[in-house]
Design a protein around this ligand. Structure first.
Ligand SMILES: Cc1cc2nc3c(=O)[nH]c(=O)nc-3n(C[C@H](O)[C@H](O)[C@H](O)COP(=O)(O)O)c2cc1C
Length: 452
């Protein structure tokens, strides 16, 4: 259980300033670069850093409908973190500052359960997304995820029910994979678009393709043209093999997609949404991420997992220094073991810096327009008032004065204070953790590269 007394009141005692934009429209899914849904890696601190560094919208990790239904909503009066807690664990955690930009992803094979799950969280999110792409057996054997791709009646009945039952200000979207045949894909897309969704994400791999297989993004152009031809103003979002902001321009130029969604690039560096992603992540991102995660009471093992995925261009940090930090992290059992890595800047200030960045430069205004409009199949759209905006405060390095030492000042102590090496992350018992019970945690982490 959290160390703080929680309130069940709907608002935290220190709510952030009222967001400038109240709810999402179809246009908010256009000209954006989005954080993809990612079990584990899409944890709250990652989503907040993604928003700080220019992601226009963020997807939460897939949560199976039933998992959230009987949770209790609690608000941390100090941080404002909202937790949906199950019997022994938090299932989902969010913060009010991300609400205007947050899409909650559901795993479901049942329209009623999907609607109930969506109603459970809708006060804290801006949109509901249906996962129609997860190829893992735990998902497909229950008729969820990629199984929906070949059961379009069920898929569309879930989307129709969500659209009918959700208030208009909550968007409904879907994330699919390609079907083996383009003709079948277009038929499916037509049905999905006719359910009234606001946007469609296409992961440009088929159900049987793995992440090591190159995404077939060239198939998307025809799908984008097809959806535009339907005249409903729906955004098509490309997903697959886009690594960062600069790369998103290439992907848009090839596919004509209205927006691009990044998963593994953001898992490796949540600042990849900035035209200038953070370099030397061990000295910049890692300390900031640890500080924020500790303050938000993000479960340490989840934090450790996410930090272990971080990779970036090294300029001043040597390979040996990077290795030493990762070793220290591997051995750490809780936040006190990584205290020296966090520096003197507090987690509270880290959160405040993120809130300021989000409120002063609303993520949805970070629109991505191709430099050369003639390259874009959506050139007409590009002539809108938007421009390529470099979100202020998102450049490398982290704000000066963050106080993070280049390396833990006391590496020897870290190494010697912790007996032995333990790379495992046992699930702690007792304390209510912020490690979400998410669909894909039901199987081994080594299989996560197969998650859709
Ligand atoms: C760690 C991890 C967890 C994922 N979890 C989800 C998920 O919960 N829901 C989902 O729709 N896709 C999930 N995916 C798939 C991604 O959203 C994305 O479709 C896929 O990784 C391809 O994008 P990329 O090439 O940018 O990585 C996950 C991917 C990874 C790497």
């Amino acid at each position: 259980m959290s160390r703080r007394t929680h309130s069940t009141s709907p608002t935290p005692t220190r709510p952030p300033k009222r967001p400038k934009l109240d709810h999402l429209t179809k246009d908010d899914f256009k000209n954006g670069v989005f954080l993809a849904p990612m079990v584990r890696s899409g944890a709250l601190p990652t989503r907040l850093f993604a928003l700080k560094h220019g992601a226009t919208l963020v997807w939460g990790p897939e949560i199976v409908d039933k998992a959230i239904l009987h949770s209790t909503r609690e608000v941390d009066p100090v941080t404002g973190v909202i937790s949906y807690n199950g019997v022994s664990r938090a299932i989902f955690a969010t913060h009010p500052v991300e609400k205007p930009h947050l899409i909650y992803q559901i795993g479901s094979a049942d329209p009623d359960l999907a609607v109930q799950a969506a109603k459970t969280v809708m006060q804290d999110v801006s949109g509901i997304d249906l996962n129609c792409g997860c190829p893992k057996p735990f998902s497909t054997h229950a008729g969820m995820g990629a199984a929906l791709l070949t059961n379009s009646d069920l898929l569309c009945s879930i989307l129709t029910a969500l659209r009918r039952e959700m208030p208009p200000h909550i968007t409904v979207t879907a994330k699919i994979r390609l079907l083996p045949s383009q003709e079948d894909t277009l038929k499916l897309v037509e049905r999905i678009v006719n359910t009234g969704i606001s946007a469609l994400t296409v992961h440009c791999r088929t159900r049987n393709m793995r992440e090591k297989d190159k995404a077939v993004i060239e198939r998307l152009k025809e799908i984008v043209d097809f959806v535009e031809g339907m005249g409903k103003g729906i955004a098509v979002v490309e997903n697959g093999d886009c690594l960062e902001w600069e790369d998103a321009k290439r992907v848009r130029a090839v596919t004509g997609a209205h927006s691009v969604m990044i998963a593994r690039g953001a898992e490796a560096n949540p600042s990849c949404f900035s035209p200038e992603p953070l370099k030397d992540v061990e000295a910049t991102l890692v300390p900031a991420y640890l500080r924020l995660s500790q303050y938000l009471e993000n479960h340490f093992n989840l934090t450790k997992f996410c930090v272990n995925q971080f990779k970036g261009v090294r300029v001043d940090v040597t390979k040996a220094e990077s290795h030493a930090i990762r070793q220290a992290l591997t051995q750490a059992k809780d936040y006190t073991d990584v205290n020296d890595m966090m520096g003197s800047f507090s987690g509270e200030k880290e959160l405040q810096a993120i809130i300021n960045a989000i409120e002063n430069n609303p993520p949805r205004e970070h629109r991505m327009i191709l430099d050369d409009e003639t390259e874009s199949p959506n050139a007409a759209e590009s002539t809108q008032a938007h421009a390529t905006i470099t979100p202020e405060g998102t450049q490398n390095p982290e704000p000066p004065g963050s106080g993070a030492p280049f390396l833990p000042s006391d590496m020897d102590r870290i190494f010697t204070a912790i007996p032995g090496r333990d790379a495992t992350t046992p699930t702690p018992s007792g304390r209510l953790s912020l490690i979400p019970i998410q669909a894909c945690q039901l199987f081994s982490l080594v299989d996560l590269d197969h998650v859709d």
